[in-house]
Design a protein around this ligand. Structure first.
Ligand code: PEP
Ligand code: MN
Length: 339
């Protein structure tokens, strides 16, 4: 249920409504909009009638049901776009955000060289996997803690924020110690234990869409994180599996405006995994901006032919710089900024 408070409702009235919601067995989610406070009452209580009765409480304007199954991350409850804050960086606001870096952290030289290059080209966030969920157990699995330490070193060196994947529930706190943004990979989008743990972590989450997941499933996975206490979430379209085999995945471009319609969370596109081909990353990146993405995550490697993972889709620093130039032109049209 959505309990919309009057524009002039007092803090005391708001607190009283929250107390009543808890008493009826639901969790209150307070949203402070520009004009008024809206409170979402979510949970699996069976006291809907009690919630309806809040209509006559002081300061309450209206009580209406939330029809979407994703209650907290849906637009019904919160009309304004969520701005995810990563230190001084805002994602989902006016600035268009680009995350870039290697698929995997391989060596100090490789990471520092890439970090310097993507920083120079204008990226705000450095990506790099320290824990890699690989299809084959014989493929490189990541440098693990050593990789996290290298990412932290690259942050100190360049000032870039760090996004890196967390693969298991047990590693969540450890990865959060080093990373600014925790990435949930496509293969883990429905790892509900991991999603719940991320709900209790004080770090923004980049939630990637599972390769065979629907948009509704993606939103419900985001709802897991939000309902466990963390509403700093970005949704990531990274391509889905279709009958097409010429590209690694099929970029679902329509998912971007649809997610923007259904949810207030920022939407990031990963044109690297979505296409799997270096030559397609640039056009896919431009298309993503045109359909309303809030940012991009792109794989870059100083020598893609030597990459330990995802070489065929990794861009050289020079190719990445060209995309950043495109974006400056494009993003200008949308009156957003890119540094
Ligand atoms: C990655 O970002 O390198 C990755 C493994 O992505 P995804 O989970 O989307 O396949
Ligand atoms: Mn990759």
């Amino acid at each position: 249920m959505i309990i919309a408070m009057r524009a002039n409702a007092t803090e005391e009235e708001i607190n009283d409504v929250c107390d009543s919601i808890r008493r009826y067995g639901y969790k209150p989610h307070l949203i402070r909009g520009e004009e008024r406070v809206v409170i979402g009452a979510v949970g699996h209580g069976d006291n809907k009638d009690h919630l309806q009765s809040l209509r006559s409480s002081p300061g309450v304007e209206d009580v209406v049901p939330i029809l979407q199954p994703y209650k907290i991350v849906g637009r019904e409850l919160k009309k304004e776009k969520t701005v995810v804050r990563v230190g001084d960086l805002e994602i989902g606001g006016r600035e268009f955000v680009v995350m870039a870096g290697p698929c995997s952290v391989e060596t100090r030289e490789q990471l520092m060289e890439t970090a310097d290059a993507v920083k120079q080209a204008g990226a705000q966030v450095l990506r790099g996997g320290a824990y890699k969920p690989r299809t084959s157990p014989y493929d490189f699995q990541g440098l693990e803690v050593e990789g996290l330490k290298l990412l932290a070193e690259a942050r100190d060196r360049t000032g870039l924020k760090i996004v890196t994947e967390v693969v298991t529930t047990e590693d969540t706190e450890l990865v959060a110690e080093y990373a600014d943004i925790l990435q949930v990979g496509a293969r883990n989008m429905q790892n509900f234990a991991l999603l719940k743990r991320l709900g209790s972590i004080d770090r923004p989450v980049l939630l990637k869409r599972g390769m065979s997941s629907t948009i509704k499933e993606l939103l419900l996975s985001a709802e897991y994180i939000a309902s466990h206490g963390n509403d700093q979430i970005m949704l990531c379209e990274r391509g889905i599996r279709t009958f097409e085999t010429m590209t690694r995945n099929t970029l679902d471009l329509a998912a971007v405006p649809l997610l923007n319609e259904l949810s207030h969370l920022p939407v990031i596109v990963d044109p690297s995994h979505a296409t799997g081909r270096r030559t397609l990353v640039r056009p896919a990146a431009k298309a993503s901006v045109a359909v309303g993405a809030d940012g991009l995550i792109i794989e870059v490697h100083p020598r893609p032919q030597e990459a330990w993972s995802d070489g065929p889709q990794s861009l050289t620093p020079a190719m990445f710089a060209e995309i950043m130039n495109d974006l400056r032109a494009y993003v200008g049209l949308e009156s957003r900024s890119i540094n």
